[in-house]
Write a protein that binds this ligand. Sequence first.
Ligand SMILES: [Mn+2]
Length: 327
Amino acid sequence: MNSLEEIVRYLHDHDNYVIVGHEGPDPDSLGSMLGLFFGLSKLGKGCRLISADPLPPYLSWSGLDQVEQLGAEFAPGESTVIVVDCEPQRTGSVSSGVLQAKSLINIDHHQRERGLGDLVYVEPAEAATSIIVYRILRLLGVPFDKDIATALYGGIVGDTGGFRHANTNSEVLSIAGELLDYGVDPSRTAREIFSMQPLGFLQLLGYALSNLHTAHDGKLVWLAVSHADFQRFDVVPENTDHLVSYVRTLDSAEIAMVFREVSPGVTRLGLRANHVDVGSLARHFGGGGHKLASGATLRGSFHEIVAEVTDVAERYLATGEINGRDH
Ligand SMILES: [Mn+2]
């Protein structure tokens, strides 16, 4: 792994960049992208912003209109590609272009192996990739302004669940406080991230919560939303990552899980825990993430996936061991 200083030296010495976030972009992915975009632009660098998937419709941050939505046609040319908030392989339909980059930088905070990239900085102890970008911009001597601060603050709010998750600490709050001083509107940011649900989503949520399942004295709780459910309520499955935040509010919950059949035969599993390591649970199913927040994508029959994962999770809660199928 490289040091932050090595990343900063490279950024200082080179001129053209393409910044890419993960598929299904979230506030931290976009905040990191925009923070770097504004910061490097201020230093006179050429910058493009690329996303494989559409942006969340409710964010009003400046710079989002600069994001180009591209697919397999994406080709980085001579520019250095910077992948933020995920592994280069998780950039969706632009990943083949990303992996062809002549120079690749990866900046992330998810627990994992070093992975691909000429320069890689991965720090799982950081609450958000936006905080790593904050540090990079400070080391580069970039003058901060409202646009940079709004993006980075939004990324931090997103990944800390509005300063409620276990990754919130005094340094996170002090960086957030510093960013607020550049004119960020905290209530607008919070409302855009957490309180802009379309009617169909709330109706789907009501339906899904009425079918909430629990096991192991309520320590395991899960919600399963099939592709047909999404269609019935006219909800785009990719925009429903946050379903798990409702499930985890159950008083007895130790592990909260949401199964979303995002397309027929493809299920996204979201996992949250209060103490237990659900990162290893996700890795067992070919996914990844943090100790208390992780996920995986599984293929096959939706009902069989739900049955198998809940079975393994229940055994994990009971014995502390992950058994089941081999990977
Ligand atoms: Mn993140």
